[in-house]
Design a protein around this ligand. Structure first.
Ligand SMILES: [Zn+2]
Ligand SMILES: [Zn+2]
Length: 261
């Protein structure tokens, strides 16, 4: 039995209470396995082919976007088309860190980490520590943190974990985003924003759709529209002028919690 008092603390930012969390050892980076190259040799036996698929990935050049297959054990490669060096390593950040990272591997910002780099580009990231820099994930950014996030996040998919309680100072740009915990901040999503049961989102949202599950909470201005953001734009500083709906279709305000759908 735990004391109820030990289960919550007060957020210095918004005054609301939240449950502080012990790091969840089971939480893993969620990454999507890349499909093998279609031209993979067919003379290999089925087993070998399967084994190879487990261990290799298709990665794209940072510069010319050419795809190539790399072994799961490789730590770097050279683009066969433009000779750009491609880092494939995973990074675990456990203290102050301010160098730039550009990798096709993953980044784990641990609870003691403090990431101030002006540019982090990676496949997936698990954010459990302070993020002050700019982070872009080609795949998924999982946020399992409580506090202010002054940094900039963009990703194909963003997950705000159940025990996370975050205040984002900069607009999050994502393909899609799932909120299981508490978040305040602005969101620009290409497809859907999902506020799960017990999730809470406060802030303005631009997306193609939003789903607020029963027991979830959303308050803020909602703009339903087509957002087209390319990965290049995701990293740029300025706001993209890409919302392709006329101004008159805009304020569909919802300053009250939306009904569950
Ligand atoms: Zn708060
Ligand atoms: Zn290249």
């Amino acid at each position: 039995m735990e004391y109820a008092a030990a289960k919550s603390s007060i957020c210095r930012q918004c005054g609301r209470s939240f449950s502080p969390f012990a790091p969840k050892p089971g939480l893993k980076l969620r990454t999507k396995e890349e499909a093998p190259a279609p031209e993979s040799p067919s003379f290999l036996g089925r087993f070998e082919d399967f084994w190879k698929r487990q261990r290799s990935a298709i990665i794209e050049c940072f510069e010319c976007k050419r795809k190539q297959q790399v072994s799961g054990a490789a730590t770097s490669t050279i683009c066969p088309a433009c000779s750009t060096h491609i880092d494939l390593r995973d990074y675990k950040i456990t203290s102050g860190f301010s160098r730039s990272i550009r990798t096709r591997g993953d980044v784990h910002l641990t609870s003691k980490g403090d990431l101030a780099s002006s540019s982090i580009v990676c496949r997936s990231a698990l954010i459990e520590g302070r993020l002050r820099g700019n982070l872009h994930c080609d795949d998924t950014a999982t946020i399992n943190f409580s506090g202010k996030i002054p940094g900039r996040i963009s990703a194909r998919h963003v997950i705000v974990e159940r025990k996370a309680h975050i205040h984002c100072f900069r607009r999050i740009r994502a393909g899609s985003i799932e909120i299981k915990g508490t978040m305040s901040g602005e969101i620009l999503a290409q497809t859907i924003v999902t506020v799960h049961k017990k999730g809470s989102l406060e802030g303005d949202v631009t997306a193609r759709a939003i789903t607020v599950e029963k027991g979830g909470m959303f308050s803020g201005q909602l703009v339903i529209g087509q957002v087209s953001i390319t990965q290049g734009e995701l990293l740029e500083d300025q706001e993209p002028a890409v919302i392709s709906i006329p101004e008159s279709h805009f304020p569909e305000t919802a300053r009250r919690p939306l009904p569950a759908t």
